[in-house]
Write a protein that binds this ligand. Structure first.
Ligand code: ARG
Length: 572
């Protein structure tokens, strides 16, 4: 049902005949006609023929009759394609009766692990974790909708040397007092107090070191205190996930500590495979092809000189578990760009060890930072990193105020619900609509604006469609005859048919700004259509046909926003 794909399938055999080799026709939306193909231009040099004559021959050979009303060579050798209204109408009619809106489930479903969020115990989740949580959740939703088995892995930072001082501090405070402090979500205060004591008090330092030893040695009393820390933090993270409206649950916590029993075997196997080399007392893997700035090979330290295992060994154990244990073939790591090199080393070492081999592959779904209005890393007024919860609460408060202002008739409960959907939606959309490889600036005015590429704009478009049906007093008839008369109507139909192509592309690239951009274009096409084409005032079949277009637009917007993790209230 994807028009670009339909046209590609018709043009490809013709191009292949003319070129003698398979050629991608590169079909794209066009200003000049509905679509255009530029492939003849690229072929010209290779074939030593003028592009226009190549394009003309392709047109002669391609079977486009039922699909295109016009197909012609233009300019230096473009193919301009205008889709026939009848064909367009038929495709829209088929889309209307398809619960999946033209998007097929995966031909070969796989097990995909999405490693995302990954906050650290007894530390506040900061805005850096926001991106991971939001992007990772969109990936999980999308891949699940496509029929893959998705395993959400929340790689909680719940192990390591800082736990010595955290547990000692907890013991000093007393369990009840500590639990109280942690459940307030004041994780940073707890962490900082522990840190301050550690820096100032040598006796505390020594106790903390002994705690680490006790923790690693499995001392029951120490483990109990450690568990208390982990549980309190997990409970707090779950409240954040709830506020953020993501699909992570307590079942998805898969903390670093859960791999502890696998670390020694992992390192022993690396040794047996002859992959370990000692460097300054540490056991390292040196995957080929990685060099530091000085040209020296880069190590992945799997056992530190003090005998402890760390972050890299844990990630190796996690890979082995994910491919070998869970049978996953696609491993996604939604983690900030600064950790790129860590993951590349880990993937390379895992591949050498045979734990990450085709068809299994790992992808670092990296992302940039969130910047404040001054273009620097986002900080609170006192210069600290901004708490995620504070940011989300501000978004909800702002959106609730806006909702009340715009619609004074909204009741208290409804205003709160709309405020939450719009405020949280705005935060998530601002993130997902920007290219994840880049930094972006957090701008309240812009992200809450009802104009432009924002969540409120799309949510508003959706609610407007719902209000049409409230006024129509009936739902659209999915079997209505589709007639596309006005250009704005055709343009909307063509956008609607583009959904499946965008979804397929984003499932591969995990660049959600492509999906956001598509939804924005769709909403804009709807707006233009609604301005120019009367719906409720149209008669008979035309009214039915237009109601069907409205309904389809609403369904695609709703599904697309759902995939981004954004709610679509019936009225704003
Ligand atoms: N806890 C880490 C952090 O806050 C993120 C964990 C990412 N996942 C992983 N498998 N290493 O930076």
């Amino acid at each position: 049902m994807d028009l670009e794909k339909l046209l590609t399938d018709r043009l490809a055999p013709a191009f292949e005949t003319v070129a003698g080799v398979p050629v991608d026709p590169v079909v794209r939306r066009s200003q000049r006609a509905d679509f255009q193909s530029d492939a003849a231009l690229a072929l010209a040099r290779r074939l030593g023929r003028p592009p226009r004559s190549i394009a003309a021959e392709v047109l002669d050979r391609a079977e486009l009759g039922d699909l295109c009303a016009a197909a012609e060579v233009s300019g230096p050798g473009f193919l301009n394609l205008t889709v026939a209204d009848r064909a367009l109408g038929g495709l829209i009619a088929a889309l209307a009766t398809d619960a999946r809106l033209g998007v097929p489930t995966a031909a070969e479903p796989e097990t995909v692990v999405v490693d995302y969020s990954g906050p650290n115990v007894a530390k506040e989740m900061h805005v850096g974790h926001l991106r991971s949580t939001v992007i990772g959740d969109a990936a999980a939703r999308l891949l699940e909708w496509l029929g893959h088995r998705v395993v959400r892995a929340n790689h909680l930072g719940d192990w390591g040397t800082p736990f010595g001082m955290l547990i000692e501090h907890l013991a000093d405070l007393g369990e009840a007092e500590a639990a109280q402090e942690l459940s307030m979500g004041d994780l940073d205060a707890f962490y900082k107090a522990a840190r301050a004591k550690f820096d100032a008090d040598e006796a505390f330092q020594e106790r903390s070191r002994q705690r680490v030893v006790a923790l690693q040695g499995g001392d029951e009393a120490t483990l109990r205190l450690w568990r208390l820390l982990v549980e309190q933090s997990e409970r707090y993270f779950l409240t954040v996930y709830d506020l953020l409206d993501v699909t992570l649950t307590e079942r998805d916590f898969q903390g670093e500590s859960s791999y502890n029993h696998l670390l020694a075997p992992v390192v022993a196997d690396l040794d047996r495979l002859g992959l370990l080399r000692e460097s300054e007392g540490a056991a390292c893997v040196f995957p080929p092809g990685f060099a530091g700035r000085d040209g020296e090979p880069l190590p992945l330290i799997v056992r530190k000189s003090d005998g402890g295992y760390g972050y890299p060994a844990t990630d190796l154990a996690a890979i082995r578990h994910r491919t070998g244990g869970l049978g996953a073939t696609r491993l996604l790591y939604v983690v900030g760009l600064p950790q790129r090199q860590h993951f590349e080393l880990v993937y390379a070492a895992a591949a050498q060890a045979g734990w990450l081999t085709s068809p299994a592959r790992a992808e670092h779904v990296g992302f940039g930072s969130i910047l404040g209005p001054n273009g620097r890393m986002l900080r609170s007024r006192s210069g600290e990193s901004v708490k995620l919860v504070a940011l989300l609460e501000e978004a909800v408060a702002r959106a609730t105020a806006l909702a009340r202002e715009r619609n004074p008739e909204l009741g208290e409960a409804e205003a709160a619900e709309v405020g939450r959907a719009v405020g949280i939606g705005a935060v998530k959309y601002a993130d997902l609509s920007s290219d994840r490889h880049k930094d972006y600036v957090l701008d309240w005015e812009r992200m809450l604006s009802l104009d432009g590429n924002t969540a409120p704009y799309l949510q508003y478009a959706y609610s407007r469609i719902r209000s049409i049906f409230r006024r129509a007093g009936a739902a659209a008839r999915p079997d209505a005859a589709v007639s596309l008369v006005e250009p704005a109507e055709r343009a909307l139909a063509i956008e609607l048919l583009g959904f499946s192509g965008v979804v397929a592309e984003v499932a591969r690239s995990l660049e959600f700004h492509q999906l956001a951009g598509y939804l924005y274009r769709l909403a804009a096409a709807f707006s233009a259509f609604y301005e120019r084409c009367p719906v409720l005032r149209a008669d008979g079949e035309l009214r039915e046909s237009r109601l069907l277009l409205c309904d389809l637009t609403g369904r695609v917007l709703r599904q697309g926003l759902y995939l981004l993790g954004i709610r679509t209230p019936e009225r704003l």
